[in-house]
Design a protein around this ligand. Structure first.
Ligand code: MEV
Length: 317
């Protein structure tokens, strides 16, 4: 029986979320948490989608309007239109990336589904094609996505992203440093937060222009510090970037608490990553500090992970 599985990595936006929506650059890394889709042939001609995490099933050919399935329906429709309707299948989604937290779980799942479905119908998926289809799905789910989330899930590694242009950076992540990610556990809708941030921009365009300009400079400088392996200075920029995220209104009490906790425990820098209003914060830390910091944060009742950047993007497994 024909069965294909693909996986795609989650991500941490190191610099530039939200600002990237209006064309500023972002620096983003893939991390070692994955979303997986397995597609197996059915003996009939039905097309079912299962989510292990949500414990839900939908028929992709029906008109049900389950919000969680919207992007997968879009991908299924695009692929069916372009390549013909696939044989009957069950697609099983399984992800270790926390959902709606800012780590790219929806984009990574959509990318793994696109990759697996193209392979299932006998088309050797190239990354550009997968990215294009997954971006169409992101556009349906989110109001105005920048495309950064699907791009990092497709290409992996460390990426400088600006207006759809991708620069894959050949930078070895240093052994000595790690990223600690803490999940506030507060879920939010990325599209809605992006919409409200854009409304805020439109209310105060002259001020926002300056903030967005500063955000671009931070990302450019951060790239230089990464290249020169200047991690103390990188940490400083992480903190300034967080300040700008506060200024555009995406920080809440819990994210402030966790950013300051990470800094007081010795992180070189800490900020919100992703859409904010909950979701995750990350800290740049020395590797030897990871164990102790995670224990302290877990004692406060939060989920925390020590993550490493990974090079590989979407692939068949
Ligand atoms: C969400 O992971 C990142 C945002 O910048 C939205 C986007 O880039 O589409 C908030």
């Amino acid at each position: 029986m024909n069965k294909i599985c693909s996986q795609a990595p989650g991500k941490i936006i190191l610099f530039g979320e939200h600002f990237v929506v209006k064309g500023c650059p972002a620096l983003v890394t893939a991390v070692n948490l994955y979303a997986k889709t397995c597609i197996e042939e059915r003996i009939d001609s039905k097309h079912y989608l299962y989510s292990k995490q949500l414990n839900k099933r939908v028929d992709l050919d029906s008109d049900q309007t389950d919000e969680w399935a919207t992007s997968f329906r879009t991908i299924y429709r695009i692929i069916s239109e372009q390549y013909g309707k696939p044989e009957g299948f069950n697609a099983i989604l399984d992800s270790e990336i926390p959902m709606a937290a800012g780590m790219g779980s929806s984009a990574a799942t959509a990318v793994s589904f696109t990759h697996a479905l193209l392979s299932f119908i006998g088309y050797k998926p190239n990354k550009e094609r997968v990215n294009k289809i997954a971006f169409e799905a992101e556009k349906i789910v989110h109001v105005k996505p920048s495309g950064v989330d699907n791009t990092i899930a497709v290409y992996g590694g460390l990426i400088y992203y600006k207006k759809g242009e991708i620069k894959q950076l050949n930078i070895e992540w240093p052994e000595k440093y790690s990223l600690i990610v803490v999940n506030t556990g507060i879920k939010r809708n990325t599209g809605l937060v992006v919409k409200e941030v854009l409304e805020g921009y439109n209310r105060n365009p002259e001020i926002m222009e300056k903030i967005y300009e500063a955000a671009s400079l931070i990302t450019e400088k951060a790239l230089e510090h990464l290249m020169n392996k200047n991690y103390e200075r990188l940490g400083e920029l992480i903190n300034i970037n967080h300040g700008l995220l506060v200024a555009i209104g995406v920080s809440i009490l819990e994210t402030e608490l966790l950013v300051h906790k990470l800094l007081s425990l010795g992180a070189l820098g800490a900020k919100i990553s992703g859409a904010g209003r909950g979701g995750i914060v990350y800290g740049l830390v020395k590797r030897e500090q990871v164990g102790e910091m995670i224990r302290t944060i877990k004692d406060m009742g939060y989920n925390a992970y020590g993550l490493q950047p990974v090079k590989e993007g979407v692939r068949e497994i």
